[in-house]
Design a binder for this molecule. Structure first.
Ligand SMILES: [Zn+2]
Length: 101
């Protein structure tokens, strides 16, 4: 379960590479990386142990968008209540709501 209280303020971002790696980064890191790319850096340090060649840089995306895309690839679907369901699973959210679950 996610904590909707504090963490909602912190925007989660994914840095994605063409080679398929993705890194969860902060807005601050995203700004810094964008700045470095604009300055013509060839290699960028993402984390303590991860470096990325700028030619491999695909983009920085809202984590929610990336996670939604992954779920859809796995065959999951989002119902009108905003919940994800497994492929072939029926939505029981209306009933759950009715009983206050
Ligand atoms: Zn549902």
């Amino acid at each position: 379960m996610t904590q909707p209280s504090k963490e909602i303020d912190i925007k989660k971002l994914y840095l994605m590479t063409f080679s398929g790696a993705k890194f969860l980064i902060t807005q601050q890191q995203a700004d810094k990386i964008t700045e470095l790319i604009n300055q013509g850096a060839k290699v960028i340090k993402i984390t303590e142990n991860d470096f990325m060649g700028v030619s491999d840089f695909r983009g920085i995306y809202n984590a929610e968008v990336v996670e939604d895309e992954l779920r859809r690839k796995q065959g999951q679907w989002k119902c009108e209540y905003g919940n994800w369901h497994e492929k072939g699973q029926e939505c029981g959210c209306a009933i759950a709501k009715q009983y206050g679950l």
